[in-house]
Design a protein around this ligand. Structure first.
Ligand SMILES: Cc1cc2nc3c(=O)[nH]c(=O)nc-3n(C[C@H](O)[C@H](O)[C@H](O)COP(=O)(O)OP(=O)(O)OC[C@H]3O[C@@H](n4cnc5c(N)ncnc54)[C@H](O)[C@@H]3O)c2cc1C
Length: 506
């Protein structure tokens, strides 16, 4: 992926079949879907790919065990099917993860075992492993740090796990391989309409050069997550709010506090929430919360109560006494919750997982759902786009389309690592990332800023924000060499990165 080449495509005056606003899981999924069906496709993202909610998930590829309890079988089945597609199509960015639910009575053990057996049955041939009863001793073998007081045993089950922003970036690369033009740091600022009020184009601003471009298209897909309302209001200033944000925070801690390879799932904490402790890149993610918020920010901030909730519940279920000082990073994501009652829009609930609506001007808005189901959401959105723009119908082919090209990536990294000892050196002695990965991210993954590298290409900001701050000047210096930038650029990048990273230390 090369941004300059993409900008040349953008400058070309020929109309696009489909334009997508938003470079998170949903938008990039739409770009792969549309391009692989042969449509001339453009995607614009105002920041970096996955800068929004799509880099801030719990990193689970899952059917949603808790939806079973709500009796939402079709939603679980759809997500389990999508889990199967994702594990098959992106095996290098996903893995099977064992989970243990600690139980405190025989009744609880039976309840969760039956529920999870149903989960297995619903997975059919896509099951990732059999649910099992665990004795108290077996439970402690899986979760050595579990608090054994009153512990009866556990239930073992399997789900999927992934690296969210890396997947999104490799999906963007896949969209490009399929013929799409994808651009980060390009914002959709307004729509252009014909005499009948139908969308015929939009204005895109390159937020780096500040140049604007009128882009012509027969249809636009709005895949902007919690920014959905703002984009809908660009189309119709009187539009009612379609989504409300709810925030979820995660704490990342060292795996010495939660060793072993299984994750822990607490389906119902004392105040009725779900709590996960999931091993990820040799660290452990604890989360999450569900707090309605009024303001929509690209980098939301954690509330003290949310941090305290996670710390106290982790310490209660595990023999831990972790404090804020033990937290390596805290990250916060916003869920776009669909507000159907408030909205007067004609909303088609394709499933309870995601919502799709088509406005009078032809704007297609797709939102809700989850990372796991992005492919299905994209399929629905593109089917509707084809209908709105009266394009020739082509079949969706993404169910079996591989994502990314691991062989090519490893080949290039290997070549880079062989150039000089400086290139193959580790970015930091505690982490296995090499300087070659910085060069790779700039040359092939459209990394423009220091944050693009440290937050979403190499996940250091999420794994250990203090170490990310420590290596920032060195990483910026390597980037500057690649991008032909001066000393001032390095200073600016380090300063704005540090400002953000401090928020992750809180
Ligand atoms: C705390 C939390 C945990 C989660 N955990 C999981 C999980 O473990 N597994 C799972 O399957 N799902 C999970 N999810 C859900 C999942 O993360 C989301 O469903 C998914 O990331 C949403 O992707 P999106 O593309 O719709 O939104 P986003 O990722 O937010 O992308 C929208 C993009 O649109 C861009 N944009 C907005 N306006 C414009 C404009 N005018 N021009 C250009 N670009 C624009 C934004 O910058 C943003 O990057 C979780 C969600 C939360 C909040």
């Amino acid at each position: 992926m090369n941004r300059n080449i993409m900008l040349e495509h953008l400058a070309n005056d020929t109309p696009w079949d489909i334009v997508i606003i938003g470079g998170g899981a949903t938008g990039v999924g739409c770009a792969i879907d549309a391009a692989s069906r042969g449509y001339k496709t453009l995607l614009v993202e105002q920041y970096d790919f996955a800068k929004g909610t799509s880099s801030k998930s719990t990193k689970l590829v899952h059917g949603g065990v808790r939806y079973l309890e709500q009796g939402n079988i079709s939603l679980v089945m759809e997500a389990l099917r999508e889990r199967g597609h994702l594990l098959k199509n992106a095996p290098h960015l996903t893995n099977i993860q064992s989970f243990v639910i600690p139980v405190y009575s025989l009744w609880e053990q039976l309840f969760y075992t039956i529920g999870l057996k149903i989960y297995d049955i619903l997975s059919g041939t896509l099951s990732l492993g059999k649910t099992k009863f665990l004795s108290k001793r077996q439970t402690t073998e899986h979760i050595p740090s579990i608090n054994t007081e009153k512990l009866y045993g556990g239930v073992l089950y399997y789900d999927g796990q992934f690296d969210d922003s890396l997947l999104c970036i490799e999906m963007a690369e896949t969209a490009v391989q399929q013929g799409a033009t994808v651009l980060n740091y390009c914002k959709a600022t307004s729509f252009v309409k014909d005499n009948e009020g139908k969308i015929s184009g939009l204005i895109i601003e390159d937020v780096i050069s500040k140049e604007t471009q009128h882009v012509k298209t027969g249809v636009v897909i709005n895949a902007t997550g919690v920014f959905t309302n703002a984009v809908m209001q660009l189309d119709d200033a009187h539009k009612h709010e379609f989504v409300s944000p709810s925030q979820g925070i995660h704490l990342v801690i060292d795996n010495k506090f939660f060793n072993g390879t299984s994750a822990m799932m607490i389906p119902k904490t004392s105040d009725g929430r779900v709590l996960f402790a999931v091993p990820w890149h040799q660290k452990v993610i604890l989360g999450t919360t569900d707090t309605p918020v009024d303001t929509i920010k690209i980098e939301p901030t954690p509330l003290k109560e949310e941090v305290d909730f996670i710390l106290s519940h982790f310490n209660k279920y595990c023999n831990g006494s972790i404090t804020r000082d033990d937290v390596l990073s805290v990250y916060v994501g916003l869920r776009p919750l669909v507000n159907n009652k408030k909205s007067k829009a004609k909303t088609a609930q394709l499933s309870r997982a995601h919502s799709l609506t088509v406005s009078d001007s032809g704007l297609i808005t797709i939102t809700g759902g989850k990372w796991t189901t992005y492919r299905r959401m994209a399929q629905d959105a593109v089917n509707n786009a084809v209908f709105v723009a009266k394009l020739e119908r082509e079949k969706c082919v993404t169910a079996n389309l591989p994502i990314g090209n691991l062989t090519k990536r490893l080949e290039i990294l290997n070549q880079l690592n062989q150039t000089t000892p400086e290139v193959s050196a580790l970015i930091h002695p505690k982490y296995l990332f090499t300087n070659a990965e910085i060069i790779y991210a700039v040359r092939y993954q459209m990394a423009i800023t220091l944050e693009d590298i440290l937050a979403r290409r190499i996940r250091l900001l999420f794994l250990d924000a203090r170490v990310a701050i420590e290596v920032a000047p060195m990483v910026a210096t390597i980037m500057a060499k690649e991008l032909n930038k001066e000393e001032d650029w390095i200073k600016d990048q380090v300063s704005s990165f540090n400002q953000l990273a401090k928020q992750y230390i809180f």
